[in-house]
Design a protein around this ligand. Structure first.
Ligand SMILES: [Zn+2]
Ligand SMILES: [Zn+2]
Length: 613
């Protein structure tokens, strides 16, 4: 199609609204003040309308704030509207927010006077004196540390939204009182609120749990357990495509595939240090009897693959000629995440790491590290992920959660810094983000909704070679210690797929789509032709299928759209006659009637180039 000439005045750049930046509460002093104050205003409004409501706590959260109330009845949507109206009145009265310092005894006296038992408990948690009280005008006050705006008039009612109500227990303890939690948000400007709502809606539309179900990629089962996804045929195909893609890349780069078991003696993890430093995150020991259990003997599910690969390295005396040795496995590991933390694919209890461990001489470290980064960048490119930065995840020298000497840490951190500087990559430091055995270079990806996710990682490790007493025979015949690089471009396959689903909003690039083309015959008369074309496509390595439902064309198209099939090929009498297909794609719309041979060539080429049609 020929694009109409666009005059410079109406260029899309000018029409596009300016990008609204949404800081998190922790990043913004003004948002802290606004949200703190808004939560007090909300509590005051609730107590005005519901005199029986008792206030408890109302902290800010990263995108807003909440307040927990003890109220005989749950709040309804109608109540929320009324509360909001009351808040607007309080804001319009421009009540001064006044700080007062009182003694513990005085605070206690005042709390008893207004009969608010929760506040007494809160007071007993406050260790420092004096106690600070904040007043909204003359009639309402709360215990609080601040900060706040100076008067309620500084809040913009059009930038406040009461979002939802949920049940919550006092102190998160289900044996205690059931409270009503109102989630709300407040911003500096109505534009920020509008952008926040837009992103919330978009996040819902892209939610991988919802899309994963609609696209038939994975399921969860209560009987199997939380955090343990089951991959259905289409999802399995997607996983396999990603695995095969990386395996091919790795073979080209001299990686050696290995397979290791899912369980091992706990002793393996005692030597590696995982048991000492990482026990809380592991599933408990499978001990054969009580005696074994008492001595912490038995098998555990592996939380990491490293010690297994180390055993393979160590199974023979290695020569410098064999190095670098790059052992690679799609290894499934198990971690005991708290069930409250589990949600969809981004946090699971069993997941597959595209793990590899490189055993290198100290002299090879820098160049091997660069090779790994190069592989990761190439993988991201093919996945069409562009928006990421590198984080230098170093240890926090003040913490005792790390193993190894200061010297080893300095050397490892130095290697990472040199690599990043040599590549001129955009980066930032994350102190305290290192693994317990070594520093990492992490790739932090920012998605379409400006949320951050950790994807690939590379780690330099002088410690595990030490703990497992690894050696190689150097050129001069002496025994030397190799350095290890741990790396995983995808990170976890589960997490990556969750992120990809959301980033693509379910529209996978052609090379990754489980079904790449669907043929839509207008009637039964075209069925045989459609099947023939599908057979040809499959010969070409294209994943194609025919919709044999016999539904009307409109419905066939709607279903294919819903399932986000990249290429739809309508087959009517004319197409059969001319040996062609009427092509419609997700990314480019109608392409018109195209000869079958041309469709095959174009698709094959697009797939090979990791491109869309
Ligand atoms: Zn406050
Ligand atoms: Zn490792």
């Amino acid at each position: 199609m020929v694009q109409q000439q666009i005059s410079p005045k109406s260029s899309s750049q000018q029409e596009q609204p300016e990008k609204v930046y949404l800081p998190r509460t922790s990043e913004s002093e003004i948002l802290k003040k606004i949200r703190h104050t808004a939560s007090h205003v909300m509590a005051m409004a609730v107590q005005k309308l519901f005199p029986k409501a008792q206030v408890t706590i109302g902290p800010w959260i990263e995108n807003g704030f909440y307040y927990d109330f003890d109220n005989p009845e749950p709040f309804t949507d109608k109540d929320l509207k009324a509360i909001y109206k009351e808040m607007v009145k309080i804001i319009n009265r421009k009540l001064p927010v006044v700080r007062e310092e009182v003694s513990r005894e005085e605070a206690e006296r005042r709390i008893k006077e207004i009969k608010e038992p929760y506040k007494l408990e809160i007071l007993s948690d406050i260790k420092e004196e004096p106690i600070t009280i904040y007043h909204l005008g003359e009639q309402w006050w709360d215990l609080c540390g601040g900060p706040h705006v100076e008067n309620t008039g500084e809040l913009n009612p059009k930038a406040i939204d009461l979002e939802s109500v949920a049940g919550a227990y006092w102190r998160g303890d289900e044996t205690k009182a059931q409270l009503q939690r109102i989630y709300a948000t407040a911003w500096e400007t109505p534009e920020q609120l509008a952008e926040y709502k837009r992103r919330k809606e978009e996040a819902l539309r892209r939610d991988h749990r919802k899309l994963g179900k609609e696209l038939g990629l994975f399921i969860f089962s209560d009987l199997v357990g939380p955090g343990l996804p089951l991959w259905t045929p289409k999802g399995t195909l997607l996983r396999t495509l990603l695995e095969d893609f990386l395996k091919q890349e790795q073979l080209k780069r001299g990686y050696l595939p290995v397979v290791t078991p899912h369980i091992a003696r706990v002793d393996l993890f005692k030597v590696s240090g995982h048991w000492q430093k990482y026990k809380e995150d592991m599933f408990p020991i499978m001990a054969e009897d009580e005696e074994a259990a008492a001595h912490e003997q038995g098998f555990v599910l592996k939380p990491m693959n490293c010690p297994f690969h180390i055993q393979i390295y160590k199974s023979e005396l290695r020569s410098y000629r064999e190095l670098p040795m790059r052992l690679a496995e799609f290894g499934t590991v198990y971690r005991y995440e708290q069930s409250g933390e589990l949600g969809g694919l981004t946090r699971v209890r069993g997941f597959t790491v595209d793990d590899s461990h490189l055993f290198v001489t100290p002299e090879q470290l820098d160049s091997e590290f660069l090779n790994v980064v190069d592989l990761i960048l190439s993988v991201f490119g093919k996945l069409q992920l562009k928006n990421f930065k590198a984080r230098l995840s170093f240890r926090d020298p003040a913490s005792d959660k790390y193993i190894g000497s200061d010297e080893a840490w300095e050397k490892a951190q130095g290697a990472i810094r040199r690599a990043v500087e040599q590549l001129g990559m955009e980066h930032f430091e994350g102190i305290g983000e290192a693994a317990f055995y070594g520093p990492k270079l992490d790739f932090i990806f920012r998605d379409a909704l400006e949320r951050e996710w950790q994807l690939g990682t590379v780690q330099v490790d002088y410690n595990l070679p030490e703990r497992f007493d690894l050696e190689y025979v150097a050129e001069d015949g002496s025994r030397k210690r190799p350095v290890m690089i741990h790396r995983a471009p995808f990170g976890s396959l589960e997490r990556l797929i969750g992120i990809l689903i959301e980033e693509y909003a379910g529209d996978f690039p052609l090379w990754l789509a489980p079904v790449q083309a669907r043929l839509l015959p207008v009637g039964d008369a075209q069925l045989d032709y459609a099947k023939d074309v599908v057979a040809k496509m499959r010969d070409f390595g294209i994943r194609a299928e025919v919709d044999v439902s016999g539904d009307r064309l409109g419905k066939l198209i709607r279903n294919a759209e819903k399932e986000k099939i990249p290429v739809m090929a309508v087959v009517g009498a004319k197409e059969v006659e001319t040996n062609s297909l009427s092509i419609r794609t997700r990314t480019s719309g109608e392409l018109g009637t195209v000869p079958v041979s041309e469709v095959l060539d174009k698709m094959k080429q697009a797939i090979a180039n990791y491109d869309n049609l």
